[in-house]
Design a protein. Structure first.
Length: 211
């Protein structure tokens, strides 16, 4: 089942995200895998959603969205830009530590490099780069979520120290920082973090160099 989505006036409940609008380009399609994903990962929200948290998977399983159905995230974006929704927006997931209660999580497939050009265990998980298709899909998805009242965009590292390169400079510079500049979202400001997290590095805020 596909839900055609992109910007504009929302037609949505806190379940499957679905918006229709007049678009200048082809619409983003979101594959509904909610019935395929483990319902055991979901709990009930107790506060409104106002944030999105960006993640990298640190691995890639290719472009087959069904291979990501067990990922703990509301949305996953494959290397070819295909997007799947795994859990309803009304579900709280244990995905983003201190941001869990109020956030929607987006995972980008790939083992992406750090600001100093290193990959995590590349012999096992490969050396990937964020693709232009993923950038486009991520931006469209954030634009839609902003129209549903999401006002903040965070990096997972801001809530948990062990996620130092999550989502990493490629995703942040091209998707997270874009949302701050173009959609008026807030990342909490320079130096912002919660719990054991770390602030977003200045080096992430400019376009990452590809090795």
């Amino acid at each position: 089942m596909l839900a055609v989505v992109i910007g504009g006036a929302p037609i949505v409940a806190l379940g499957l995200l679905a918006l229709w609008t007049r678009a200048r380009s082809s619409p983003l399609e979101i594959v509904n895998l909610i019935a395929e994903a483990p319902a055991s990962k979901r709990s009930k929200r107790t506060v409104p959603v106002d944030a999105v948290v960006l993640h990298q998977m640190s691995l890639s399983r290719g472009d087959d969205l069904f291979r990501y159905k067990k990922v703990t995230a509301h949305f996953v974006i494959a290397p070819n830009g295909a997007v799947a929704q795994l859990h309803p927006l009304s579900a709280r997931l244990s995905a983003s530590h201190g941001f869990n209660s109020r956030s929607v999580s987006i995972e980008f497939a790939g083992n992406l490099q750090s600001a100093d050009g290193r990959w995590w265990r590349p012999e096992e998980y490969g050396r990937n780069h964020l693709t232009p298709a993923q950038v486009d899909a991520g931006r469209r998805l954030l634009r839609m979520l902003s129209k549903l009242g999401v006002r903040f965009v965070y990096a997972h590292r801001q809530s948990y120290a062990d996620r130092e390169n999550d989502p990493g400079p490629e995703i942040w510079s091209q998707v997270g920082q874009w949302a701050v500049a173009q959609l008026g979202m807030s990342d909490g400001g320079p130096g912002y973090f919660i719990d054991t997290g770390r602030p977003i590095p200045d080096s992430w805020r400019s376009v990452a160099q590809r090795a």
